[in-house]
Design a protein around this ligand. Structure first.
Ligand SMILES: NC(=O)c1ccc[n+]([C@@H]2O[C@H](COP(=O)([O-])OP(=O)(O)OC[C@H]3O[C@@H](n4cnc5c(N)ncnc54)[C@H](OP(=O)(O)O)[C@@H]3O)[C@@H](O)[C@H]2O)c1
Length: 238
């Protein structure tokens, strides 16, 4: 998939990895559609980028996901790439997981990417293809105490993505997963509950949002099934 001229929806683009992905994609010629709840932030970013559209969206509301994709089609007439990036953490031990918190992050981390995929599949199929990148987490590939609830939502997304990749291949729609590790964003200040996990023998140096954004754009280009951003690569550390 070439980014130049492509219409790219980035969810969770009011901060962190999503904002960095939107900026980088626009810099490479993409027409970017920004989705998040903080409308002032995405509207300001859209003004900064050429031919970008901000669609204030609460992704926990299925009707707003449909509205996001319809707004994209109304403005650009197509959708080439969906980056399902919005997400929230829940960093407490299993014993302390409140079911309301788990339901809320499941709506955002698992149901919303599914509903967004379902909304873009018909137009992508009609166009003859597209790319979907689901942003997961390295915590879903580890057994890390303290993040079980969050990791479980991402593990569900991983398997859903793997199945979708096989189901959609005949339509030319390529589904990939990027697995960020600890990244320096607002994520750790906006957890549904709990605090930053780390310290002791596990205190990795965070990646930058731009480093993760590069990986997301890379996978759009390559169509690889997954990219694991293991910690410890100094070039990407903040
Ligand atoms: N940072 C890390 O260490 C790390 C590590 C592994 C994986 N990840 C994953 O990377 C992705 C991006 O996170 P980040 O690090 O960039 O964190 P971030 O800076 O906190 O960004 C999260 C984004 O999600 C959006 N969001 C939250 N709830 C939403 C809702 N109900 N509707 C629409 N948008 C919503 C936020 O926008 P609004 O608040 O404006 O709605 C924000 O733009 C997430 O999926 C996260 O799980 C992060």
């Amino acid at each position: 998939m070439e980014l130049d001229g492509a219409v790219v929806i980035v969810t969770g683009s009011s901060s962190g990895i999503g904002a960095a992905t939107a900026r980088l994609a626009a810099g490479r010629g993409a027409r970017v559609v920004l989705a998040a709840r903080r409308s002032a932030r995405i509207e300001a970013l859209a003004r900064d980028l050429p031919d970008a559209l901000a669609v204030p969206t609460d992704l926990r509301d299925p009707t707003q996901i449909v509205r996001l994709v319809n707004a994209t089609l109304d403005r650009f007439g197509r959708v080439d790439v969906l980056v399902n990036n919005a997400g929230q953490g829940l960093h407490v031990p299993v014993e302390q997981v409140r079911i309301e918190d788990l339901m809320a992050i499941t709506e955002l981390n698992f149901y919303a990417p599914l509903l967004a995929m379902q909304a873009v599949i018909p137009p992508m199929r009609k166009q003859g293809g597209g790319a979907i990148v689901n942003v997961s987490s390295m915590t879903s590939r580890m057994v890390l105490p303290g993040v079980g609830g969050y990791s479980a939502t991402k593990a569900a997304l991983n398997l859903l993505s793997q199945v979708a990749r096989r189901e959609l291949a005949p339509d030319g729609i390529v589904v990939s997963v990027v697995y960020p590790a600890v990244t320096a964003t607002e994520f750790h200040q906006s957890l549904a509950a709990g605090g930053r996990v780390g310290g002791g023998s596990w205190a990795p140096k965070p990646h930058s949002a731009e480093y993760v954004a590069e990986a997301i754009l890379g996978v759009i280009g390559s169509g690889e099934e997954e990219v694991l951003l293991t910690q410890g690569w100094d070039g990407g550390a903040v």
